[in-house]
Design a protein around this ligand. Structure first.
Ligand SMILES: NC(=O)c1ccc[n+]([C@@H]2O[C@H](COP(=O)([O-])OP(=O)(O)OC[C@H]3O[C@@H](n4cnc5c(N)ncnc54)[C@H](OP(=O)(O)O)[C@@H]3O)[C@@H](O)[C@H]2O)c1
Length: 342
């Protein structure tokens, strides 16, 4: 009989942020074998205590040698910190699961959504950086994967993204504006405009072609994860005043003319996917309901009347969980051959 794997020593960089806190909750929910938690954050959080598994773990700051002895470090503190510290984690002998954009498009680094391209991760592999995709990309590829069998020709997506995608400060900015909702010019720090009673067609900075950085991430990452460099993908991303869970209207052109029952059956069989599709009874996924849930939800699946191969669907997912922390933990489960989830 194979020896049981010893419990793991895990570091979390950005442990006090939105994604870091979700990572802790998921570790608590799942029976992930944990021997040590080493939480890291900025100087502001030094010494804060993170309760987990009946113990309190003191927050540290990043310094040389801080990853020594760890098996896995989950990074969730932004691109610059990951670019500098993820390679150091690997040098120290740990796997670095990186939630930032720093390494996603590096051809030598795996960009993984376990339900879609988890085969890239093998138990016994050597410590490496594994990139966690952008939250909007993750839910899109989970919904597209089961349709691959019909051929994917073209994907267009328009997103309706919750404020939590911008981190704790963005979440707090909407709450503050709600409390002060009669103020015609509320103060803005995170978003370029007030987000309450508004929608903002900008997530990130713009390039010379008129695309913002979130849109470029979705287009490039989707092709890389699906292993389809020629796939046509076009994205338009919008911030909306939902607190948590991103929604996407998706247009997908299939290679074959198939019936609605076949499309629905494929989606029902999709890993990590739940179909909620009874629009005449007003049943479809909603960000308020999907918030806190693990699976990606899909509904409003219907065919374009002018193009029998063009399908429309509505995809909603908790951007902090499947869009970030949960996907990272599922990557860790593959690497270490651990199964803790449903
Ligand atoms: N929110 C999402 O839906 C989402 C989804 C996918 C990917 N991501 C990515 O995940 C990362 C974190 O996002 P978030 O939403 O959790 O942001 P957040 O709520 O703003 O949290 C940022 C975290 O980074 C820590 N931090 C800041 N400076 C640091 C330093 N010098 N050393 C170590 N830690 C430091 C912060 O610590 P303090 O509390 O001490 O300041 C905090 O724990 C970003 O790269 C983001 O793009 C986010």
């Amino acid at each position: 009989m194979a020896a049981a794997r010893p419990d793991l020593k895990i570091g979390v960089v950005g442990a006090t942020g939105m994604v870091g806190k979700a990572f802790m909750s998921i570790l608590e929910e799942r029976a992930f074998p944990l021997a040590e938690l080493r939480p890291f954050a900025s100087d502001n959080s030094l010494g804060k205590k993170i309760p987990l598994r009946g113990r309190e773990w003191a927050v540290q700051t990043l310094k040389p040698g801080c990853f020594d002895g760890l098996d896995l470090v989950f990074f969730s503190s932004g691109d610059e910190i990951s670019a500098e510290w993820a390679p150091r984690a690997v040098k120290a002998g740990a796997f670095a699961v990186d939630n930032s954009a720093a390494f996603r498009m590096d051809a030598s680094i795996a960009l993984v959504v376990p339900e879609v391209n988890g085969h890239l991760l093998k138990p016994g592999m050597k410590p490496a950086i594994i990139a966690n995709p952008n939250c909007s990309t993750i839910q899109l590829v989970v919904a597209l994967k089961p349709l691959e069998r019909f051929g994917l020709e073209e994907v267009r997506v328009s997103s309706y993204q919750a404020v939590s995608g911008g981190g704790q400060a963005a979440h707090d900015e909407l709450i503050d504006q709600v409390k002060d909702h009669e103020n015609p010019s509320p103060s803005v720090k995170v978003f370029p405009h007030p987000i309450l009673f508004n929608v903002i067609p900008q997530i990130g900075s713009f390039n010379d072609d008129g695309f913002c950085s979130e849109e470029v991430k979705i287009m490039k990452e989707t092709r890389k994860i699906l292993g389809a460099p020629e796939l046509k993908v076009s994205a338009f991303t919008v911030r909306v005043p939902a607190l948590n869970s991103h929604s996407e209207a998706v247009w997908v052109t299939l290679g074959q003319d198939v019936g609605r029952e076949q499309v629905l059956q494929a989606l029902h069989e999709g890993a990590g996917l739940v179909v909620q599709d009874d629009p005449k009874s007003s049943v479809y996924p909603l960000p308020r309901q999907v918030s806190g849930l693990d699976p990606v939800h899909v509904g409003r699946v219907h065919r374009d009347p002018e193009n029998p191969r063009l399908w429309l669907m509505w995809v909603v997912s908790d951007n902090i969980r499947k869009g970030a922390a949960l996907n990272g933990l599922q990557i860790a489960e593959r690497i270490f051959d651990i199964r803790t989830g449903p």
